[in-house]
Ligand binder design. Structure first.
Ligand code: C2O
Ligand code: CU
Length: 470
């Protein structure tokens, strides 16, 4: 019923209309704690004559305030909960101390309605990160509890504009209200919730204005629950310079298409070298139904400079510890379950249950044959501090899963036995149906770390576990 939403078509189209400001830099500084108050508020998500949408937002905004920090400098954030559910905040991709990781029941007690909690951490890496709720995530992230967190380089690559686009999708009714259909069993057993309305920075995007020969750093963040984006920039050749916050050798993405699974980030250099007074579409090609995400609209005036910027910036790496593959412990991590997954059954709360029994209990997924329960704190593996681990990830399901590890980045070595080009450092790897990947890391951050699929509907129904580093 949800997918028949009559608003779908209309909402997914973009048209020529008033410009909106897609870049919204704000600076946080000093040693005072910055306040993030979680509240409900109505915002013009759809705009253009549609009613406002009630969202849940940090400081009532969606996305929440852009947090800018500096590598090695303390960040203090006081989170106050003014909704009627418990919550926590997870600082996704930041390799910080375990007690600040924001996982309820594992690293901290949840923040009750009316209560506050102060997070303090010192970001070790410069790059593009994000923050989001880690309680009842399908609904809380789905209603808007997320924002971008940027750690600036000491010497950032020179660009004309540094722009953040947080992509999200929403399931709205005709009155632009959020449909209260979170954690629907159909979404949970398939690919997670896919909405009918796509936003950039919490608004349906209109034109994004640029000037000829302008160089942009475009930081893309996918904050959607289940939607994977495959973005094509007509008339442009974006160059990837960082993934999941970590610099990578500058390269054009395969086929010119930037793929972003849930929770993933990509930093692009976008040289705007097309024609003045022309319009170019950014198209999302995922799901076989391409649509215009946003239009790059060139001004009619003079170019910003007469010639395009030459060469690509050198990114300074964050210096993560390189895995020692000759001395690595190999571990298998196998993802099973879901519709068409062929899973016979799995262990849930210490008992083996067949798949029909599991579905009846609302559990759809397992890791190494164990249905992850958020309340269970039993680690799948215990990792020795400073040791290298080579994880053999295997997706035995019929669905894609963005697999996320807390507290660490891992080096992406191989996909389906083929060496991965550029071998990026990632905190989230998108595993396609029946895909395998080998990733390696040095377990250098002590604590109990969640390791889970980032589609909240999968996480809530079993695709989660814990790696203990000690
Ligand atoms: Cu961004 Cu446990 O997640
Ligand atoms: Cu998943």
């Amino acid at each position: 019923m949800k997918l028949e939403n009559p608003a779908r078509r209309r909402f997914l189209k973009t048209s020529v209309a008033a410009p909106i400001l897609l870049c919204n830099p704000r600076v946080s500084s000093g040693t005072e704690a910055r306040n993030l108050t979680i509240r409900k508020r109505e915002v013009p998500l759809v705009g253009r004559g549609y009613p406002a949408t009630e969202i849940w937002g940090y400081n009532g905004e969606v996305p929440g305030p852009l947090i800018r920090a500096r590598r090695g400098e303390l960040v203090r954030l006081r989170v106050t909960n003014q909704i009627d559910q418990q919550t926590t905040v997870h600082w996704h991709g930041l390799r910080i101390q375990n007690s600040m990781d924001g996982v309820p029941g594992l690293t901290q007690p949840p923040i009750d309605p009316g209560d506050s909690f102060e997070y303090q951490f010192t970001p070790p890496d410069a790059g593009t990160f994000w923050y989001h709720s880690h309680v009842n995530s399908s609904e809380q992230i789905g209603r808007g509890l997320y924002g971008a967190l940027i750690v600036d380089e000491a010497d950032p690559p020179p660009v004309d504009r540094d722009v953040v686009w947080i992509l999200d999708d929403w399931l709205l009714d005709r009155e632009a209200r959020i449909i209260n259909g979170f954690d629907h069993p159909r979404d949970a057993s398939h690919g997670g919730q896919i909405g009918n309305t796509v936003t950039i920075n919490g608004r349906i995007p209109r034109d994004f204005f640029i000037r000829r020969n302008e160089r942009l750093r475009l930081r893309l963040v996918n904050a959607a629950n289940g939607r994977i984006f495959r973005l094509k920039f007509e008339g442009h050749s974006p160059v990837v310079i960082a993934m999941d916050g970590q610099p990578v050798r500058a390269h054009e993405p395969q086929g010119g298409i930037v793929v972003l699974g849930p929770a993933m980030r990509t930093d692009l250099i976008l040289d705007c070298t097309a024609e003045s007074d022309q319009r170019y579409l950014v198209i999302d090609e995922a799901y076989g139904k391409p649509y215009e995400l946003v239009t790059l609209a060139y001004g009619a005036g003079d170019p910003l400079r007469t010639e395009p910027v030459e060469g690509l910036p050198e990114m300074v790496v964050n210096g993560l510890r390189e895995p020692d593959l000759d001395d690595a412990v190999h571990l298998d991590v196998t993802f099973g379950g879901g519709v068409h997954g062929g899973l016979a059954g799995a262990s849930y709360q210490g008992q083996w249950i067949d798949v029909r029994g599991l579905f009846r209990l609302g559990k759809m997924w397992a890791i190494n044959g164990i249905v992850g329960a958020s309340e269970s704190r039993v680690p799948l593996y215990t990792l020795k501090l400073h040791k290298t681990y080579l994880l053999h990830l295997s997706n035995e399901t019929a669905w894609p899963h963005p697999v996320h590890m807390h507290g660490h980045h891992f080096r992406m070595l191989n996909r389906n036995g083929e060496p991965e080009p550029y071998q990026p450092w990632l905190d989230t790897v998108l595993l396609g149906p029946r895909e395998k990947a080998d990733v390696a890391l040095v377990a250098d951050n002590p604590g109990s770390w969640m390791f889970h699929c980032h589609i909240p509907e999968h996480m809530a129904t079993g695709m989660t576990t814990i790696l203990l580093v000690t």
